[in-house]
Design a protein around this ligand. Structure first.
Ligand code: HEM
Ligand SMILES: *[C@@H]1O[C@H](CO)[C@@H](O)[C@H](O)[C@H]1NC(C)=O
Ligand SMILES: *[C@@H]1O[C@H](CO)[C@@H](O)[C@H](O)[C@H]1NC(C)=O
Length: 320
């Protein structure tokens, strides 16, 4: 009897330990490849240095790829799978088609990683590391990337269409799409600072610059010059008017001045619950950097495949 009791007690303690570790995403760890691929971080950083030297925007593009990967069934490299005759993936979902970019950069890094450590490192982890390097290389904060994700054996175009937030969304919709991923309004506000870099196509902000009333009139006029009421859908404008090539807090200064490019951007400073935090970030780059870095770690923890789940893809574009 006593031994049955202690077995029950022991197994419930074990269960509690297992449950609490999975809640804290303890299955990912910073040193996951320390023995199996010791040069991993250097290889990824070198790949990103080359890519950013070729084209500065790529830091932004890779950061966005990581966001769009994590928001669709977790950070599992599902976004990297190519469509085939029998397989429909996420690349041609509405939020990605004609705008998601940087896939070749991940391919190059992946082949360098394979050359150093065959069949060991997931595409999902390479994307997580590349996103961090991209941000650091253009002047942003650093953070410790937790590793040990595995690659999905599937992808979902419909989940990409429904779970990646829309640039036409209002604040409650943005808050709830982040909440669905375990991220709160502070994470939403900090991670939106990703728009301190990179560009958006006219089609994503046309209705804002022609129809929104919470917009600086000079700014709207300037943007209309390169985004006609019809046509020019793919014409680009910087998401951050002041310093689109350097990671910093100017995005929030734009919002305070009603110069957010996307309708969804300006929703973060439009009389609602996130106004105060936007103002704080606009005045305090250190607070923004710290919150952005912490929120990137939380975003990277969204539903990873670990252990024997998924696979380590040999080529990020196709299943093994
Ligand atoms: C809050 C909800 C968000 C919405 C509605 C949104 C929407 C968009 C849209 C519409 C674009 C332009 C795409 C195009 O031209 O078709 C864009 C670009 C971008 N987004 Fe977001 N985004 C959001 C959050 C984020 C987050 C959390 C990050 C990263 C942490 C991020 C990083 C970027 C970057 C870096 C670009 C520029 C990419 C490039 O130049 O290649 N976005 N976003
Ligand atoms: C890499 O590993 C795979 C499977 O483990 C093997 O088939 C392949 O030959 C290896 N390639 C190299 C270059 O070692
Ligand atoms: C602006 O709003 C009007 C009225 O709702 C609509 O007809 C028009 O298409 C909108 N223009 C743009 C560029 O979204």
């Amino acid at each position: 009897m006593a031994s049955i009791m202690s077995t029950v007690t022991l197994s419930s303690i074990l269960l509690i330990v297992l449950l609490s570790s999975s809640a804290a995403n303890a299955q990912l760890s910073a040193n996951f490849y320390a023995n199996s691929c010791p040069n991993l971080q250097t290889i990824v950083r070198n790949g990103m240095i080359q890519a950013v030297n070729r084209e500065r925007r790529i830091g932004a593009s890779i950061l966005r790829l990581f966001f769009h990967d994590c928001f669709v069934n977790g950070c599992d490299a599902s976004i990297l799978l190519d469509d085939t005759a029998t397989f429909t993936g996420e690349k041609n979902a509405a939020p990605n088609r004609n705008s998601a970019r940087g896939y070749e950069v991940i391919d190059t890094i992946k082949s360098n990683v394979e050359a150093a450590c065959n069949a060991t490192v997931s595409c999902a982890d390479i994307l997580a590391l590349a996103a961090r390097s991209g941000v650091v290389l253009i002047g942003g904060p650093s953070w410790q990337v937790l590793l040990g994700r595995r690659d999905a054996r599937t992808a979902s175009q419909s989940a990409a269409n429904s779970q990646i937030p829309s640039p036409f969304a209002n604040l409650p919709a943005l808050i709830s799409s982040f909440a669905a991923k375990g991220l709160n309004a502070r994470d939403l506000t900090a991670l939106s600072g990703g728009h301190t870099i990179g560009f958006a196509r006219c089609t994503t902000f046309r209705s804002r610059i022609y129809n929104d009333t919470n917009i600086d009139t000079n700014f709207a006029a300037t943007r209309r010059a390169n985004c006609p009421a019809s046509g020019g859908d793919n014409n680009l404008a910087p998401l951050d008017t002041l310093t689109p090539g350097r990671f910093g807090n100017n995005y929030y200064r734009d919002l305070v001045a009603q110069r957010g490019l996307l309708h969804s951007d300006q929703e973060l400073f439009n009389g609602g619950s996130t106004d105060a935090l936007v103002r704080t970030y606009s005045n305090n780059p250190t607070t923004f950097s710290a919150d952005f870095a912490a929120a990137m770690v939380r975003m990277g923890n969204i539903s990873p495949l670990t252990g024997t789940g998924g696979e380590i893809r040999r080529n990020c574009r196709v299943l093994n």
